[in-house]
Design a protein around this ligand. Structure first.
Ligand code: NAG
Ligand code: NAG
Ligand code: NAG
Length: 379
């Protein structure tokens, strides 16, 4: 080798080492010191928190069309696959806890190492705890699959940070938030045709039993992959969404009894499950988010929160509450988007999401137990 090329290669390997040092020390800084905000947010669940996974496969559950996202600043008002006009509850919680950027959809093929270190979103519109849930949409990611995908992310974190730092980072600096269960009722149990007769062959007790047992197994799988800080939302008042009110031709202040009863029955079992896991899984904290009571309060006292309506969808068409046809380019859209609790027939508006998310971050034990999310982050 000539002197000249040796000098060049020594120089370039010097540059490589410098890059590696800068790179690994910045990732090291991510891991050290819990005081500077949340490390990673790993988000699981359904369309309430999907940030675009359903854009990447063919499905009847999609939100990548206008005017969805019209108030989402990061995309300049373009649709992202979020089922709302702006930020989801998961986005807002991340922001409040100091996450440097929104958790990116797992299925985005261009996701970088740095983005992964700030969190990944596995949620999917139409998804549920049970595998059969959401089959009406043909494709969706159920919880079992979302957790398989986390297994892939978990291995990538090992490669990025090294196994021992990655383990520490996942255990201490990451929050696992799970918003799931609504579709197990709306798009499974309450739809006997697609649930292969579950409602005919199963009592509510038996179906909810199945749900809780599946969910226990799913949470335990996450625990084996080092998840320790969990927040689990219970099922909201699904009998009060514009879709249910419209198809059942209810008055503005009425809700569908059966749907809400099923939600409450599941929610009581979920609370017990989380108490059990807090006792049985060493080092883990399961925070229970009482989304049902929180959303019910906003729906009932909508005027006190500054809303004009909690029965009509801002964007959608059909019936008294714009509650049949999901939001899209051909449906109607309200003028004052911040004055509606519901963005579309199923999902809250960004304005409602902000109220809900802030109560989960800094709220008291009426809505979030045994601690709020700021306390969970700093644990
Ligand atoms: C990923 O990167 C490729 C190549 O740069 C680009 O064409 C594509 O649009 C990107 N996809 C997403 C989802 O960002
Ligand atoms: C659900 O589907 C996943 C992935 O296809 C599979 O691993 C799992 O065993 C299924 N669960 C049940 C209860 O059928
Ligand atoms: C993660 O994937 C590996 C295969 O790559 C498998 O052996 C392991 O059981 C999986 N872990 C969980 C918790 O699913």
């Amino acid at each position: 080798m000539s002197k000249k090329t040796m000098g060049a290669s020594a120089r370039s390997s010097g540059v490589m080492i410098l890059i590696l040092v800068v790179f690994s020390s910045s990732l090291g800084a991510l891991v050290r010191g819990a005081s500077q905000g949340l490390g990673a947010s790993f988000i699981f669940g359904d369309s309430l928190v999907d940030a675009g996974n359903n854009n990447y496969f063919s499905t009847l559950s999609k939100a990548d069309m206008k005017p969805n996202g019209i108030d989402f600043k990061a995309s300049g008002g373009n649709p992202t696959g979020r089922y709302t006009n702006g930020k989801t509850i998961g986005d807002i919680i991340g922001e409040e806890l100091g996450q440097p950027n929104f958790a990116v959809p797992f299925l985005n093929p261009n996701i970088t190492d740095r983005q992964i270190s700030n969190g990944v979103n596995f949620a999917s519109g139409g998804g549920g705890i049970m595998n059969a849930t959401g089959s009406i949409f043909v494709n969706r990611l159920s919880m079992d699959i979302q957790i398989d995908y986390f297994n892939i992310t978990r291995k990538r974190l090992d490669r990025i940070m090294g196994a021992s730092q990655a383990r520490d980072y996942v255990m201490k600096r990451s929050i696992f938030s799970i918003t799931v269960g609504s579709n197990d009722f709306l798009n499974n149990y309450l739809l006997p045709v697609v649930s292969t007769g579950a409602r005919i062959s199963q009592t509510p007790d038996a179906f909810i039993d199945d749900m809780v047992n599946h969910f226990r197994g799913q949470l335990a799988r996450l625990y084996t992959m080092d998840a320790r800080k969990f927040v689990i939302g219970n099922v909201g008042p699904i009998g009060c969404i514009p879709y249910q009110k419209t198809i059942n031709q209810l008055d503005a202040n009425q809700c569908v009894d059966l749907a809400n009863k099923l939600a409450l029955q599941y929610n009581a079992r979920l609370k017990d499950l989380l108490t059990e896991l807090n006792e049985n899984l060493p080092g883990a904290t399961f925070v229970h988010a009482n989304v049902y009571d929180l959303v019910m309060d906003v729906i009932t006292n909508y005027d006190k929160y500054g809303f004009k309506s909690s029965s009509k969808a801002c964007c959608g068409s059909g019936g008294q509450y714009q509650g049949i046809i999901p939001c899209g380019p051909t449906t109607s859209m309200c003028q004052e988007r911040d004055k509606y609790v519901f963005w579309d027939p199923y999902h809250p508006s960004q304005a409602a999401n902000i109220i809900i998310a802030k109560k989960l971050v800094d709220g008291d034990p009426r809505v979030i137990t045994p601690m709020n999310l700021r306390q969970l982050r700093d644990l």
